[in-house]
Ligand binder design. Sequence first.
Ligand SMILES: [Zn+2]
Length: 75
Amino acid sequence: MDEMPELLKRAQALAEARNHRLLPFMRRGRGKESRCVTCARQVYVLPDPSPIGAVIGGDAISDTGIRKLPVAVKT
Ligand SMILES: [Zn+2]
């Protein structure tokens, strides 16, 4: 099952909740990434199982804009 569309939707929602507007997601390695149209902060999505499951992260969706540990998303 392809979980990517759902993960991308969640990443976009997280960014929009912080008033970022994302460019279309581009493939990067096994995941995808995008950045904000206005402030160029990044969002990335990794669909593959890591020890904590799929990952959504990036400075556009952290509260401070400083890169932190990725946000873990339960799948
Ligand atoms: Zn922004």
